[in-house]
Write a protein of this length. Sequence first.
Length: 155
Amino acid sequence: MRYVTFGDEPAISPDDFFMNEALKEARQALAEDEIPIGAVVVCQGKIIGKGHNLTERLNDVSAHAEMQALTAAANFMGGKYLKDCTLYVTLEPCVMCAGASYWFQIGRIVFGAYDTRLGFGRLNQKITHPKTIITGGIRENECSQLVKDFFKSKR
């Protein structure tokens, strides 16, 4: 794994770097009073799609961060398959988003916090494409705390 350095800052892994970009999207969702989940799609080291939850603003239960990012990436690529791309998302995808990743044939999914209640892994990890590589727990505490704090403020 290559590590990236920025001036005097310590080297960070690409997974940490791009999860930080997904966290920026999650914070944007929070600013819009949406559940703070963010996602970016990366191809060859470049962000080609990004999104955050828009379910409240659009009044659309399917407007999850992953759906926004995957659609933007496919539009950028000019095709519906994202075999050589990685989806970074702050929370383990739900069954709907994992199923969509199957149809996009995403090469890799990297998520932050595990979702023991609604995450796809709880039900059946075979819902993703057979060639998709799954990595969970990247910056897990930070990703998890953002969602916990959001729901705590709503109670």
